[in-house]
Design a protein around this ligand. Structure first.
Ligand SMILES: [Zn+2]
Length: 206
């Protein structure tokens, strides 16, 4: 049966209801195959795409965002190779691991920059985030059992109101004792429908 572009996607019970994300386009996921990506890699190396990239990010930027395939900052922020450090996880949440990673990069940067700003962390949450599934009791309970975590701790991971969760995560970074004051932190929301990023919390450290 062929499906037109207007064919509604069958709803997966519970999952996606809260934030309205869709698991796949009308044709479903494409073939699970790394060969296509490796072919693109050979083309990348063939045109010397890797040359000239530096270790310190040329935009002085550390981006934290969701691992959703729609929210790749190389595309929606136009980041080129070497432009930014990028940490991605489910929801783009500021976890203890993200705090440790920012601290690590700050410590590296301190060895090269004796004073002044080190870099800016831009935390970017997005609309229609798949973490909305964690607002569903049955999904959250099953996931909590699988990873051995109390499900009450998982409820707060859901990005249902990205402006609210990104503000919370900016505060987590700003109040982390391990992160030096020379690291600026800003918060943003990426709208997957319009393609635009809005600044919710400006980068100046108060
Ligand atoms: Zn997401």
């Amino acid at each position: 049966m062929s499906e037109g572009p207007d064919t509604p996607i069958p709803a997966v019970p519970g999952v996606g209801r809260a934030s309205g994300f869709e698991l796949a386009g009308p044709d479903g996921p494409s073939e699970l195959n790394v060969e296509t990506a490796l072919e693109r890699n050979r083309a990348f190396a063939g045109v010397r795409g890797h040359e000239g990239a530096t270790v310190f990010p040329t935009l002085g930027l550390f981006v934290v965002t969701c691992c959703d395939p729609r929210t790749d900052p190389a595309h929606f922020l136009g980041l080129g190779l070497g432009d930014a450090v990028v940490a991605r996880n489910v929801g783009g949440r500021v976890t203890p691991e993200v705090i440790n990673d920012v601290t690590y990069i700050a410590q590296i940067a301190e060895t090269a920059l004796s004073d002044g700003p080190l870099f800016q962390v831009a935390v970017i949450h997005h609309t229609q985030c798949g973490t909305g599934a964690l607002a569903d009791d049955a999904f959250r309970h099953r996931y909590g059992e699988r990873i051995g975590v109390d499900e009450s701790a998982l409820r707060g991971v859901a990005v249902l109101d990205p402006a609210a969760t990104v503000s919370l995560d900016v505060e987590r970074l700003r109040s982390a004792p391990a992160i030096p004051a020379r690291v600026a932190v800003s918060g943003h929301v990426y709208d997957v429908v319009t393609g635009l990023v809005e600044t919710v919390v400006p980068g100046a450290r108060s």
